[in-house]
Every structure is written in C-alpha cells, then in structure tokens.
Design a protein around this ligand. Sequence first.
Ligand SMILES: C[S@@+](CC[C@H](N)C(=O)[O-])C[C@H]1O[C@@H](n2cnc3c(N)ncnc32)[C@H](O)[C@@H]1O
Length: 205
Amino acid sequence: MDSQSSDGQRPAQVIRDNTDQGTWLADLAITKHGALHNPGELTMLMRTLYYVQPATILEIGTYAGGSAWAFSRIRSVSHIVTVDIGPQAEAAERLASLPCRATQITGDSTDGNTLHRVKQALDGYAPDLVFIDGAHDYKSARRDWDLYSPLVAPGGLVALHDTQGYPNNPTVEVAVLWNEIRQNWRTTELVDKPGGPGGTGIVWI
Ligand SMILES: C[S@@+](CC[C@H](N)C(=O)[O-])C[C@H]1O[C@@H](n2cnc3c(N)ncnc32)[C@H](O)[C@@H]1O
C-alpha cells in the first residue's frame, strides 16, 4: 500500500508489511475511515497506545469515528465512549461494527450534564486514555481538560490534539492550554509538523 502526506511535501511512504501495526492502522484510519489526523502523528500516537495497552477509552470529538476506529484495533481495548456535539451519523455506522464495545454520546462536552452521561457510560471504569479533540478554542479545551482528565486511571494518559495550533487559524487555541499543562505535568508532545497544523500532547497521569 502506498500513501503520501496530504500536502505532498514528503516522499510517498511505502508500507509493504504489517511489522509496524501503528503505521498501517494510522494510514487506514485516515484514508478509509475519515480520521482527521496527520499520518505521522497518528502513527506515533498508536505506537504509544500499543505501549500503554488501554482497556477503556474516552474520546471528546467523534466526527466520523475514524480515530475511534484506529483505537479499537488495539486488542486490549474493550470499550470506547465517544462524545460529539452533533449526532455524527457516519460515526454511528462505523462504531456499530467495531471489534469492541462503543458508546456514542451526543452532547456538548463542556456541559456538566454530558460529564454525568459519560460517567454513566463508563459504568465505574476509569478510562486509560482520554483523547481531547472537540472544540479547539481555549475555554472549551480547558473545560474538557478540567472535566475529563480527573477521570483517567493512574498510569493512563490524556492526549490533546492540535497542540501546535493551525497556521492562519487563531481560533485553534489548544497551544495556550498545552503550555499551561506542561508547567505542572509530565508530558510528551508528538509532532510531525512543527508550527502545525497538528501536534498531539500526551499528559502522563
Ligand atoms: C476534529 S473533529 C474530531 C476528529 C476525530 N477525533 C477524529 O480524529 O477522527 C472535532 C469534533 O468535535 C466536535 N465538537 C466541537 N465542539 C464540541 C463540543 N463542545 N462538545 C462535543 N463535541 C464537539 C465537532 O462536532 C467535531 O466532530
């Protein structure tokens, strides 16, 4: 299978076997399942998750269910709870065929009532990963961090998407939150394109 970065700047990457499952899954998630990621960065995130072996995942920002699809391919994953402000019909279809349990919640993640519904869906299990990829303005991203990071199991992680921001799109303000979080937590940043778009900040809990 051949793939090339969407900007055409990097040479085509040739994937001929399954020796790196992270690369293969990231490529499929983006090209076939609508994941909104940079391929290099999603590969790094998948490799991190293979190391962590999460069982329960909470995602803020479902969109087409592409990142949930990728996460579900890790065999340790048993339940993905995913939240989006819109109903996301394409995601509903995709989530129904995942090899693990999936719970789709429609609601504003920054609303306390959504937190309550998330807790009910988690049914007493602490997520090993919270992936924050919903609204990207500072206030909403901060609220997502404040509401959902305390749910994470010890040894788990929070991943925040778009920590490098978007050139020419000042409404993406995750970098501001990321710089605050980095002062107080042990972190790793997965960056394929310095200066964005993208950047995935990992916070080790
Ligand atoms: C970048 S997309 C998520 C992409 C997805 N994680 C993936 O990689 O395949 C962001 C999603 O967040 C949702 N969203 C925006 N504001 C939100 C909010 N306040 N609460 C919940 N979801 C929100 C949008 O509807 C959109 O589907």
